[in-house]
Write a protein that binds this ligand. Structure first.
Ligand SMILES: *Cc1c(COP(=O)(O)O)cnc(C)c1O
Ligand SMILES: [Zn+2]
Length: 414
């Protein structure tokens, strides 16, 4: 296993390193068990987890693996939701809300904390808009490591409460996410914390997200959907799905002992979804640019992707490359569209998602109406985190909703 710079190709030993020391580029993990079997779970957990693909995860000795049961999340057919926007194709939800702390960040932190432990670190730091912080704190607790979480002061209270429950040191930082990002970097540099921030800064965390692609491929039995809609902040999840599909045929084929049967090597078109109030990747895409620039002041209820990328614009650029390589596109949705999607998901499908997680659904509806995707195709929406993460938004929405329906049902007894 090595780290390789995505810009200049320089190779480095697989230490806890965050940027290329020659050009400052993003690092990614290379040289992991190509051609070997994808197994590992039986050495990590009695229950099925994403460590099923353990030999493709960047931990050399699996006895260091820190697991709370992450991954192997369900896929739901969303027929009622599809009907509600007159979609004639196949609509599926990949429900990452059922991960141990309620978001897909658990995959990243399970691997990153394991690798930090393997490399001898005793303390971790993580900048977070809420979800990564909960994951970092939970996995650090399980590993017996010290954790410092840096979060914007306006992080939803429910997310802060959840983080605090796992007992880390929590520090609230003025302003948007990029400020927390910068302080995490300083703490890591000056005091030797392993940096678990879930942009592209920690290559081990990013590598974990290939398992989403493997899982989709394996659960759908090699049937490739036309589109996957992904809420995007910096974008590691989108890259992970891309890389996962690239390797899935081999990994899953070997696991099932039928490499021949798994022949379809296509990659779905990957759609980067952002909120209108913070959409640096969409802005570059729509302007026909290859390079993403930082966003000014973000303003959106989608806290999980409210990331202006200030100081690490290259992360957005890297993500845009995978959008284009998959022949996908980037699209933004308004806060109103997000709220509508949240409600539709819960009422029609029984899936309670936080605003960020409902962005994918809002974007499918919008893309259909705009003719950006055909009326009949197959779509997977990533549902990235649970509705419990941001309860207040839902309570406010519910109050609004009651105001609307009560006058028309005056004789209802409640
Ligand atoms: C972090 C997060 C995202 C964005 O993921 P990136 O891959 O970091 O851009 C999407 N949804 C939720 C709920 C998140 O917490
Ligand atoms: Zn480089």
């Amino acid at each position: 296993m090595n780290l390789r710079c995505v810009d200049c190709d320089a190779l480095f030993p697989a230490s806890m390193m965050y940027h290329c020391s020659h050009c400052g580029g993003i690092l990614e993990v290379v040289g992991l068990g190509t051609g070997t079997c994808g197994e590992g779970n039986e050495r990590v957990s009695a229950q099925p987890t994403m460590w099923r693909y353990g030999s493709r995860l960047p931990v050399e000795d699996l006895s260091y693996a820190v697991s709370l049961g992450e991954g192997i999340t369900p896929i739901h057919a969303a027929n009622r939701l599809a009907d509600s926007f007159e979609f004639e194709g196949r609509l599926l939800l990949k429900d990452e809300a059922v991960n141990p702390t309620g978001s897909f960040k658990d995959r990243m932190l399970s691997v990153a904390v394991s690798r930090a432990k393997e490399l001898g670190f005793e303390k971790v730091v993580c900048a977070s808009s809420g979800n990564a912080g909960a994951s970092a704190a939970a996995y650090a607790a399980k590993a017996g490591m010290e954790a410092v979480i840096l979060a914007p002061v306006h992080t939803p209270r429910e997310k802060l409460t959840q983080i605090a429950a796992y007992g880390p040191e929590v520090r609230l930082v003025e302003g948007h996410y990029s400020n927390s990002y910068r302080i995490a970097q300083q703490l890591s540099k000056e005091f030797g914390y392993a940096n678990m921030t879930t942009t592209y800064i920690n290559p081990y965390a990013v590598e974990a997200l290939k398992t989403v692609g493997y899982e989709l491929y394996e659960q759908l039995e090699g049937w490739i959907p036309d589109y996957v809609f992904v809420p995007v902040g910096a974008g590691p999840l989108l890259k992970g799905i891309y890389r996962g599909f690239t390797e899935a045929r081999e990994v899953v084929g070997i696991l099932h002992g039928d490499v021949e049967k798994h022949k379809d090597a296509r990659i779905p078109k990957l759609i980067a979804v952002q909120a209108e109030g913070c959409a640096p990747v969409v802005k570059a895409y729509e302007s026909g640019l290859d390079k993403v620039s930082a966003w000014g002041e973000p303003y959106t209820i989608a806290s999980g992707i409210s990331d202006p990328l200030i100081g690490y614009e290259q992360d957005g650029t890297h993500t845009l490359q995978f959008v284009k390589a998959s022949q996908g596109f980037a699209i933004s949705v308004s806060d109103d569209e997000i709220l509508q999607a949240m409600r539709a998901l819960a009422v029609l499908e029984g899936v309670f998602a936080e605003p960020t997680a409902a962005c994918s659904v809002a974007a499918v509806k919008k893309a259909l109406q705009a003719g950006a995707i055909p009326q009949s195709c197959s779509v997977v929406c990533m549902i990235t985190a649970h509705g419990f993460k941001d309860f207040k938004i839902y309570q406010d929405m519910e109050r609004e909703h009651r105001k609307c329906i009560f006058p028309s049902y005056p004789h209802r007894p409640f």
